[in-house]
Design a protein around this ligand. Structure first.
Ligand code: FMN
Length: 201
């Protein structure tokens, strides 16, 4: 399968989408995205990622409730003082319904039976990044969210994760409600040093 935008174009356009159109996302696209996700590296090639693709409305609503619960339970006040107003409003809209409105929620877990906890998150998040980039390459909007992870066992129960699978992230997938501009990032040279920390690039 070929075509689509170049890798560097996809990376340069990556944004967190928190508002989606209702149009369905076919399984074929979800499968392409998961295929890309599962090409990622992991410690000792343990591949501890677990994905639950949630389309069921009741389950998406439940995950939305858990997200809102985490937001109302302290995250909102924490974020209010830290985020610029426009950014805050965007996260708030996502946390209070925008994210859970996506036609697909991918609940990502890490299997502690496959991978020690010390490297579990580091072995799952590269797959999540692949997933996000693959979604972008297909024109889908997505976001890495961790707010619902605060719910812990309740999120686990919402998707039936057994005790040895830890929730790591919830990724909405859907057609963007509107295009987002390019990401705002500091130039790489601001965080890069030559040979030794403190010697600027
Ligand atoms: C570890 C992690 C956790 C995040 N959790 C959330 C979240 O719970 N809710 C949310 O709306 N965005 C979440 N984000 C998305 C970030 O807010 C977003 O990637 C960042 O602000 C950059 O914004 P941009 O992608 O629009 O440029 C998370 C991102 C990361 C990497």
């Amino acid at each position: 399968m070929t075509g689509g935008p170049s890798f560097f174009d996809v990376v340069a356009a990556q944004r967190a989408h928190r508002a989606f159109r209702g149009d369905p996302v076919p399984d074929e696209l979800v499968e392409r995205v998961l295929e890309a996700a599962t090409r990622a590296p992991s410690a000792e090639n343990t591949q501890p990622w677990v994905f639950v693709v949630v389309r069921d409305e009741a389950r998406r609503t439940r995950i939305g409730e858990l997200t809102r619960q985490a937001w109302d339970g302290g995250a909102r006040e924490y974020a209010r003082g830290r985020l610029a107003p426009g950014f805050f409003d965007d996260v708030e809209r996502g946390a209070t319904g925008g994210v859970a409105d996506a036609p697909v929620l991918v609940v990502v877990g890490g299997d502690t039976a496959r991978c020690p906890t010390v490297t579990l998150a580091a072995s799952v998040l590269p797959a999540v990044q692949n997933l996000l980039l693959a979604a972008g390459a297909l024109g889908l909007g997505s976001a890495l969210t961790t707010l619902p992870i605060v719910a812990g066992d309740e999120l686990r129960a919402a998707v039936g994760f057994p005790a040895h699978v830890r929730p790591v992230a919830v990724v909405p997938l859907g057609w963007p409600a509107r295009p987002l501009g390019p990401p705002r990032r500091r130039p790489f040279a601001e965080s890069t040093h030559r040979d030794r920390y403190g010697t600027p690039w």
